[in-house]
Design a protein around this ligand. Structure first.
Ligand SMILES: Nc1ncnc2c1ncn2[C@@H]1O[C@H](COP(=O)(O)OP(=O)(O)OP(=O)(O)O)[C@@H](O)[C@H]1O
Length: 255
């Protein structure tokens, strides 16, 4: 098997006396959709926060494209091509929909800003490129007609789609989605299902998600990683996970 795109090795995260994450290891192969599941409070978001640099792990390693990430801050990890959404939507709510996409790309490309300013023609064509890419993604997530609306005035499901578009304009290799279906109605969840598969199949993005909607998870995941009380419980295909007695017990709250 080729080297995984993302390798998480023996990750530990302590908050005072609490080990929120305890020796979690997982691999994400390029081109796959991998879901991280587990009961409430299992430590899923904490794992995400450690991988994406929002927390500095107490121990363990995060290797992305063969390079260690676990000592880097989040914005530098994002520049390596690993971007994420949050459980609680974090858009710039007073900016327009389009501005949200432009700012995301500027933040990603900050290192080229000086070069851009010194070369006005190059800068203008670069800006055009960013606008074109924004429009392409607004079309894809059905938000083009709202391009000049303040992001905070969009309906909840639309804000969720905008968050994904905001990640995609930065052209990530790995997209991490924290509970993307939370708060969506059945039609929106079905559209999300299609979008996630298209991101993998058409845009060649690798995905790691946290999701509670089991129908969605079982339908789209290539691999599932289950954690319980901070510790790894099971890994496998949807069929393997569905038949795993330990997983069933954890979800039913049995000993
Ligand atoms: N910043 C923090 N400080 C202290 N404790 C924290 C912090 N973040 C998370 N925890 C604790 O770590 C444990 C795991 O929380 P986490 O949010 O990672 O779980 P989760 O699996 O994502 O839960 P949910 O599915 O409900 O979102 C919980 O006991 C939580 O209270």
């Amino acid at each position: 098997m080729t080297q995984p795109l993302l390798e998480v090795k023996d990750l530990v995260m302590r908050f005072g006396g609490l080990r929120a994450v305890n020796q979690v290891s997982l691999d994400v192969q390029e081109g796959q959709i991998v879901s991280l599941i587990g009961p409430n409070g299992a430590g899923k978001t904490t794992v995400f926060n450690c991988i994406s640099g929002f927390y500095k792990p107490s121990a363990g390693e995060v290797i992305f494209k063969g390079k260690p990430m676990h000592r880097l801050p989040g914005h530098l990890i994002a520049r390596h091509g690993m971007v994420r959404t949050f459980q609680n939507i974090r858009l710039f709510k007073e900016m327009t929909v389009l501005e949200n996409l432009l700012v995301a790309q500027h933040m990603q490309a900050e290192r080229n800003l000086l070069k851009g300013l010194l070369n006005l023609t190059g800068y203008q064509s670069k800006e055009q490129e960013l606008e074109d890419r924004s429009a392409e993604w607004l079309e894809r997530v059905n938000l083009i007609e709202f391009a000049n609306r303040e992001a905070g005035t969009l309906a909840y499901g639309q804000q969720r789609r905008l968050e994904i578009a905001r990640c995609m304009v930065t052209q990530p290799t790995l997209l991490m989605l924290d509970e993307p279906a939370a708060g969506l109605n059945p039609q929106e969840t079905q559209d999300l299902d299609q979008l996630i598969m298209e991101l993998r199949d058409k845009y060649k993005v690798t995905l790691l998600l946290i999701e509670h909607d089991m129908k969605l998870v079982m339908g789209i995941s290539d691999q599932i990683v289950v954690i319980n009380q901070g510790a790894p419980l099971a890994k496998g295909t949807p069929a393997e996970i569905l038949g795993n007695q330990d997983v069933i017990k954890a979800y039913l709250g049995e000993e």
